[in-house]
Structure formats: C-alpha cells, structure tokens
Design a protein around this ligand. Structure first.
Ligand code: TYD
Ligand code: MG
Length: 416
C-alpha cells in the first residue's frame, strides 16, 4: 500500500505566488507559467529563484538571455517581500553566497537534461520552453513539435528525480497554439501572468491546478527593482477622484479574495445606424444583455445611445455579480447621476429584470466595509439574515434592478 506523504510545499518568497500555487510549490510538480512576452515572467521567476535558493537547491535555465545578462538583471532585483526597496543580492550582483542557486544559459535540450541529471535540484526553472530545442527534431525552436518534445523530456526526468519544474511559456501572436496551450494536459498547474502593458500591476492566476483551487488571484506591481506584492489590492481598482457621474463600485470575488472595483460607463447619443458598444474588462455579450434588460424593464431607450464600459485598472470581471454595478454605471451616465459616495452595488441581473443573490456576499461586504464603504445595495433574500457582526454598513435590499437603482442611485423612473 502506498503511503501518502503530506505535501511539504516550498515557499516562493511571494505570498501572492504561493496563494496561486495553492500554498507554495509542491515538490516534483510541473508548473507552466504563461503570459505575453515582456509581462514579467522572467522577473517573477528570478526573484522566486532567489528566495527558493535560500532554502533548497535551484537550477535556473536561461534559454533566452546570456548568463551575463541574467546576472546583470539579478543584481537589480530586490528579493521578494523586501518591498522592492531594500538591499539587493550580493553587492556585486553575484548570486548570494551560500545560496543553492545555479545558473545555466543553454538552449540545447540535451545539455539541459544532462545538467538537471547531474545537479538533481529540488527546483528547476526553464525560461522559456519555446527557446529550447531538441536537435533530434528538424522543426524550428518554438514549434509545436519542439515545445511538446522538450517539455515531455524534461517532465520525465523531473518526475524521476522529484524535481519541481517551472516552465515559462510565452503566449504567441498566433494565440496559445505553439505556446502554453499544447502543454496544458501535460502539466500539474497552469498559471497565467497578465497585465495591462500601460499599467504597472500584474495579475497571476491559476487556470488549472492539481494541487490547489483555480481562480486564485495573485497581485503584483512591476517596479524598477522588480515585482513587489500588492498588499491592498482594492486600491488598484478604485478611482482616485471620488464618485463621478457614470461610475459605480462593485465587489468582485476572485478565488478566496474579494476586490472592490470601479466601473465606468459612457452613454451618448449615437450617430451610427446601429449604436456602438464596447466593453473593457467584461464580456461584450454581458453588456448587450444588461442594456437589453434596462431597455425592456425600465423603458430606457438605450438602443439610440452608444455605450462604452470599462473596468478600472484593467481587471477582467467575469462573474455575473457585477451586473448590477454595470447597470448602475450605465444608468448613471445616461441620466448624468452620481452615486452617493461610499456605495457598492452587488447583484446578478435576471433577464426579467429581477436581482439574483450572489455567492460570498459576506466576504464582499467585509471588504467594502474595510475600505470605508458605508452602503451596499444587494439582492433581496440574499440569505444574509443579519448584517454580520461588527460590519458598519447600511444594507439596501432590492428585488429588481429598478428598485436597486432607485434605492442606490436615487434614480427617478418617471423622469424620462
Ligand atoms: P520580463 O520579466 O523580462 O518579461 P518576460 O520574461 O515575461 O518576457 O519583464 C520585462 C519587462 O519588465 C521589461 O519591459 C522591463 C520591465 N521591468 C521593470 O519594469 N522593472 C524591473 O525591475 C525589471 C527586471 C523589468
Ligand atoms: Mg523572459
């Protein structure tokens, strides 16, 4: 009978990274870290390699940059958790003394395998899987055949010697095809590193995880000394100018974490045959549906208006709990109304205009209260019973979107 060992997870140095991994890196696990080129994958893994090397042996394989380039970069990075402001590793940029960190700049799969076998590190990082090549194959580096073969060979060896393997995969222009997608079935966990090119924060998500929950979210900020963890994430997604017409605030849930997020809408008379609708951060079909519900059940002539909607901070919000906030932002812009300061709106919209209860309401309200919000418009019958103890929050319950907008926004249905 096989005896189950309790998993002794390795801390990556970043609590945010550990959370997404499900509580740290599992020995022997195969983890794919995918993302657009330039988003910060190397930075994340270099910093984590530093932290891991303080407790165990780590091999960092750089297939894209020379050893000298990696060392140079290393010298600029702050260790994880240091707030990206403290002393760097080793004054001269060298790998810190006593650390179990080895650096190999190599693209030839055969040589990488040899080194892995010789060193038997507890953790190996391959940056990137697309830059490796197997000489036995005629296809070009980065092709589907190469990526698959290289990852497969690395996996077999890593499993045999219980090395945790972190593979970096660039999402390519052609989509995910020659990139991370072909490896998804092979690996234990797929993490994606995302962010807006024009903003400094980065989101790490687990889209597959055999050792933890998916949809966990880790938040980082790219600074000049590498990545730093974001400790108060809601601040990223809130506007800083106070309430304005056409904005509404929601509380989104990502895994076990709740985030207060601002939505902005712009509704203006259309000059097109069919009105324009764009949505950044929520699905366009969701916006179409909410607009249709508002038109049908509140009699708003929105089909004669263009509508643009954006989630602040570049966050993607997929959950239907954002519906009421979208509706509120749209109606607020349409009527030029400003939501009273300190109000959050949470609820899913049914096609009949009714408000549906959402999951994890208590968690959401706690986060809103923590950030100083004092009113929350929520679906009636949310099963909350009473306001959770110690929560300084006024709850406004509504059964329909119209009721919610009257209560939360001071919307006057007769004014049109
Ligand atoms: P990188 O980790 O090289 O991205 P990837 O491996 O995903 O391709 O990150 C590259 C970008 O990050 C680059 O545009 C510069 C920026 N950056 C900083 O802003 N600060 C830093 O300390 C570092 C190392 C990079
Ligand atoms: Mg890189």
């Amino acid at each position: 009978m096989a005896v189950e060992r309790p998993l002794q997870r390795l801390p990556s140095g970043f609590a945010e990274f550990d959370r997404v991994l499900g509580g740290g890196l599992v020995p022997g696990a195969l983890v794919l870290v995918g993302g657009d080129p330039g988003i910060g994958k190397s930075t994340l893994l270099l910093q984590s390699a530093q932290a891991l090397a303080a407790i165990t042996s780590v091999l960092y394989v750089s297939a894209e940059e020379s050893a000298q380039q990696v060392r140079l970069r290393w010298s600029r990075l702050a260790p994880p958790g240091a707030g990206a402001a403290e002393q760097p590793v080793g004054a001269d940029g060298a790998v810190p003394a006593g650390a179990g960190l080895q650096l190999l700049a190599e693209t030839d799969l055969e040589l990488v395998l040899q080194e892995l076998e010789a060193l038997r590190p507890a953790v190996a990082i391959i940056d990137s899987i697309q830059a490796l090549h197997d000489d036995q194959l005629s296809s070009a580096p980065g092709s589907v055949a190469q990526v698959r073969e290289c990852a497969g060979a690395l996996q077999r060896l890593a499993k045999r010697q219980d090395t945790a393997l972190l593979l970096v995969g660039h999402v390519t222009k052609e989509g995910m095809l020659a990139g991370p997608k072909v490896l998804e079935h092979l690996v234990d966990a797929v993490l994606t590193f995302e962010g807006d090119r024009f903003a400094s924060h980065r989101l790490l998500r687990a889209v597959k995880n055999r050792f933890g929950a998916t949809h966990e979210l880790g938040l980082f900020e790219m600074r000049d000394r590498g990545l730093a963890e974001v400790t108060n994430p809601s601040e990223l997604f809130l506007g800083h100018d106070g309430p304005a017409a056409g904005t509404a605030t929601i509380v989104a849930c990502e895994g076990t974490r709740s985030l207060v997020v601002e939505l902005q809408a712009l509704v203006s008379t259309t000059s097109y045959a069919s009105p324009r609708r764009t949505a950044t951060g929520i699905g366009i079909n969701r916006l179409h549906q909410i607009l249709a519900v508002l038109e049908k059940h509140m009699g708003l002539p929105l089909s004669r208006f263009d509508c643009y909607l954006a989630v602040a901070g570049g966050l993607g919000v997929e959950e239907p709990a954002a519906d009421l906030g979208v509706a509120a932002a749209v109606v607020a812009s349409y009527r030029d109304l400003t939501l009273p300061a300190g109000t959050v709106m949470v609820g899913e919209l049914g096609l009949g205009g009714q408000l549906r209860p959402v999951g994890q309401l208590e968690l959401r309200l706690q986060e809103a209260a923590r950030l100083g919000f004092r009113r929350a418009v929520v679906p009636r019958g949310s099963g909350l019973g009473a306001i959770p103890a110690g929560l300084d929050l006024q709850l406004l319950e509504a059964a329909t979107v119209a009721e919610a907008l009257v209560a939360g926004l001071g919307f006057d249905p007769a004014a049109d």
